[in-house]
Design a protein around this ligand. Structure first.
Ligand code: NDP
Length: 300
């Protein structure tokens, strides 16, 4: 793991990638990104010198981290909490969907400068397809949370053609801000807010519930919604992941619903980022296997 001082004296030859966050110790991105790079180098020997690192930096160091990594042969970076919104002011160009999301999690360094993308939307869309075998298109979505992850997922669901979107959040002000933002980009779509804990969204059949709050990170966390809400939906995707099963996923499974934690989203967003950096097909099965092995070893 590197910090800003470590990066300043970094002198490893090759092409580098990394994930920047604060804190970052818990990140498993290097495990599946390096596993994919090692598999890809069999067909693309130029990737032999590519390596993905963890970089710990608080928000006030982000600009310096970008400058230093660019000067040290990095091809790009992933960004996680707390950098996804702050980074916008340091970019030379931003992908149109990332701009709507108001958040960037993938930087590309090239002759045009620093470009920003967001692969979290791709991640959620593909995770839902993989876990549940369904599309977001024409389906009602109930989104819990109004932070960065929710912003990206809401825009993706609207881009994918969800039939209606319900957003529930603890802070009503933050929910209203998110609703105003997405309604300005998608004025003709059915977008409604509801108060988490007191209201039940009146969504149509076949609905997909996505948890984009941070509730569930700790084993003792309660569900982010009342059990009655689970009775209104058909699929439950919890973006949160860890070694334990969240109360939300437990409750959904007990109710007989297909339910999943957020590991598949993590892998798919990482796959998309690596595709952007390498321009090559990325073996998502290799990434998934690396994550499974890591989680099994960590549980021992
Ligand atoms: P933010 O800090 O931006 O947002 C946190 C959200 O959680 C807000 O909506 C906040 O509500 C809500 N929240 C926090 N505590 C509580 C609580 N006690 N009760 C009810 N609501 C609560 O975080 P992000 O949006 O970046 O991330 C959210 C989660 O998604 C994290 O757990 C993160 O790990 C996960 N994530 C997973 C990804 C994956 O690949 N699987 C990708 C990105 C994120 P309020 O506005 O009221 O404070």
């Amino acid at each position: 793991m590197y910090n800003l001082d470590g990066l300043r004296s970094f002198s490893v030859a090759g092409t580098h990638l990394g994930v920047v966050g604060f804190p970052i110790t818990h990140s498993i991105s290097p495990i599946f990104q390096n596993a994919a790079l090692r598999a890809m180098e069999q067909e693309a020997p130029e990737l032999k010198s590519w390596e993905y690192h963890k970089i710990e930096a608080p928000v006030e160091q982000l600009q310096s981290v970008i400058e230093v990594t660019r000067s040290k042969g990095f091809r790009g970076l992933n960004l996680t909490i707390p950098h996804k919104v702050e980074v916008l002011k340091f970019l030379d160009c931003v992908d149109a969907v990332a701009e709507r999301m108001g958040a960037v999690n993938t930087l590309v360094f090239d002759k045009n400068g620093v470009s920003g993308f967001n692969s979290d939307g791709y991640g959620i869309s593909n995770a839902i397809r993989q876990q549940f075998g369904v599309e977001i298109r024409n389906r009602p979505v109930v989104m819990l949370g109004a932070g960065g992850a929710s912003r990206a997922a809401c825009v993706q669901c609207l881009e994918d053609g969800c039939s209606e979107l319900w957003v529930g959040n603890r802070s009503v002000e933050r929910m209203q801000e998110l609703l105003d933002r997405i309604r300005s980009y998608y004025p003709d779509r059915l977008i409604r807010g509801f108060s988490l804990g007191t209201e039940i969204p009146d969504c149509g059949s076949g609905a997909l519930l996505i948890n984009a709050t941070s509730l569930g990170l700790k084993p003792e966390d309660p569900m982010p919604v009342q059990p009655e809400v689970i009775g209104r939906v058909s699929f439950v995707y919890d973006m949160v992941y860890g070694r334990h099963t969240s109360a939300l996923v437990k409750c959904a499974k007990e109710t007989g619903l297909p339910a999943s934690d957020g590991l598949t989203m993590l892998v798919h967003q990482g796959k998309r980022s690596l595709e952007i950096w390498t321009g090559k097909e990325v073996p998502v099965d290799v990434m998934t296997a690396a994550v499974k092995t890591h989680m099994q070893n960590a549980a021992k």
